[in-house]
Design a protein around this ligand. Structure first.
Ligand code: HEC
Length: 98
């Protein structure tokens, strides 16, 4: 019985620790970026990243990845994201800008 509850808590802890690293693309964007950029990228309080704005996303994939990890100006950097997460955000941000 004790062993089972120990196992359960270890699994739960592992599950929680893994959650952030296993969030990609839209889910990650909605969680980490939408507060400033808007769910559709139209820019609630930060720059628009969708098309049709006067700040069309004119950046290369590498530059977008750099923006996300370093965080220009008033944007916080997301250096804790894994490279795979950053890549998934680059793809998603591009889809918003299309
Ligand atoms: C606290 C608010 C905030 C959050 C959270 C935030 N950003 Fe930003 N972001 C900004 C601001 C402000 C700028 C403009 C920075 C500047 O150039 O001074 C910006 C700029 C950008 C740009 C460049 C836009 C362009 O047209 O040049 C991209 C791309 C971007 N953010 C993506 C993201 C992504 C992806 C996330 C989530 C991982 C994110 N941002 C989270 C505030 C935020």
């Amino acid at each position: 019985m004790r062993l089972i509850s120990l196992l359960v808590s270890v699994l739960l802890a592992a599950g929680c620790a893994g959650t952030d690293e296993n969030v990609f693309g839209k889910d990650l964007y909605d969680r980490s970026c939408a507060a400033c950029h808007g769910v559709d990228g139209s820019g609630e309080i930060a720059g628009e990243i969708d098309k049709g704005s006067n700040t069309d996303l004119n950046l290369s994939d590498d530059q977008i990845a750099g923006v996300i990890t370093v965080g220009p100006g008033n944007m916080p950097g997301f250096s804790r994201l894994t490279p795979a997460q950053v890549d998934s955000l680059v793809v998603y941000v591009r889809s918003l800008a299309d």
